[in-house]
Design a protein around this ligand. Structure first.
Ligand SMILES: *[C@@H]1O[C@H](CO)[C@@H](O)[C@H](O)[C@H]1NC(C)=O
Length: 360
């Protein structure tokens, strides 16, 4: 499904908003205000977002739309007040942690929770379940994503919490991960050779597939370069279908090409759309290979994937049967992200992949 469509919708909402005469939400003035003076209005935004069903729907949509737009622009490097604004929200979420939360979590969830205070507690619990990270960039992202879910989740923040609890109750199984894989998108085919379910990793044998890649790995701009190529910014102006996952290595980001171009290098070279000379996109065939895959949920940041990488390396060292293949160093480990940037952390499927060889 369409990251592109979502992006356009968000943009439209924000455009419409700048023209409207609706009440001023703090987020609308974020670029104009200093962080300190916006505290009360940030609180008002949060109060609105957490209010029950049927309250201020339009306002909620505006705040959420702007939050997404700001977050995206921030990821592209724009200094736009997103960080300061979300830090204020985080401060509210983090205030008065502890005892009361514990006490509350034992009580059955009320269906229609009325007060801001209670809603704030629920939000805190969602954050705690979702993200144990103390890394501030990750927490900002997580909070922004969680708040964005309030537009579509039935039952507001209580509904979110129920869902997060259900999804995080047990160690995440591969079966759960499969259910988090976006439907209707092509993804490289593989066969599981050996699974270490308890440790959360497996050995896969991948079939041929093909990639388009860029060496531009600066967050969102690399993503946009590849999305541009897939959605028609190529010599032939041809649009292709979106696929999953997105692969990241320290010096390369890749999207998967549609299956038409898998296992046929000549076809990939001659028939798949030609990248614009200026775009820094390359087409690339990938042959059959043996891969170790460690899976995890949540928002995958650099730090988190580094930790997961080390974990997979340990498991591989411990199991004895497989060694990390040579690759070219950088390509030995990849991070695969299967979901669009708006997916709730507890519905995400991420993996660390390593090319491996059987030890003789
Ligand atoms: C692709 O689009 C550009 C800009 O709209 C146009 O100049 C060019 O002729 C198109 N190329 C093809 C092959 O249709």
């Amino acid at each position: 499904m369409s990251i592109k469509l979502l992006a356009i919708t968000t943009l439209l909402v924000c455009l419409a908003m700048t023209k409207s005469l609706l009440p001023t939400f703090a987020i609308k003035t974020v670029t104009a205000t200093t962080a300190n003076s916006a505290t009360n209005s940030a609180k008002a935004d949060l109060r609105l977002l957490l209010a029950g069903r049927g309250v201020g729907l339009e306002g909620k949509e505006e705040v959420i739309g702007c939050l997404s737009t700001l977050r995206r622009a921030r990821a592209e490097g724009e200094e736009n007040g997103f960080n300061e604004y979300v830090d204020e929200l985080l401060e509210l979420v983090d205030a008065r942690r502890g005892g009361f939360t514990k006490l509350f979590s034992r009580a059955p969830l009320a269906l229609n929770v009325p007060s801001f205070r209670v809603n704030l507690l629920l939000l805190r619990r969602v954050m705690e379940l979702t993200d144990t990270s103390v890394e501030v960039a990750a927490r900002r992202n997580t909070l922004a994503i969680i708040l964005s879910q309030l537009k579509t989740t039935k039952g507001g923040v209580a509904g979110l919490l129920r869902e997060a609890e259900r999804r995080t109750r047990n160690a995440v199984s591969m079966e759960e991960m499969i259910s988090r894989t976006p439907e209707g998108l092509e993804t490289p085919k593989y066969k599981v050779v050996e699974r270490f379910e308890g440790e959360g990793w497996e050995i896969r044998e991948y079939n041929d597939y093909a990639l388009c890649s860029t060496r531009n790995v600066e967050g969102f701009s690399g993503f946009q370069t590849l999305a541009g190529y897939i959605f028609g910014k190529n010599v032939e102006n041809r649009t292709m279908a979106m696929t999953t996952p997105v692969f990241m290595s320290p010096d390369k980001m890749s999207f998967v090409m549609p299956s038409d171009y898998w296992g046929d290098e000549a076809k990939l070279k001659n028939e798949a759309p030609t990248p614009l000379a200026t775009s820094d996109v390359e087409k690339e065939a990938v042959g059959k290979k043996l891969v170790a895959a460690l899976w995890f949920g949540g928002v995958s940041t650099k730090k988190i994937s580094e930790r997961r990488k080390a974990e997979l390396q340990n498991f591989l060292d411990g199991c004895g049967g497989f060694g990390v293949g040579d690759g070219d160093g950088d390509d030995a480990f990849l991070v695969a992200s299967y979901n669009d940037p708006f997916t709730a952390p507890w519905k995400r499927r991420n993996e660390i992949l390593a090319n491996v060889q059987r030890k003789k």
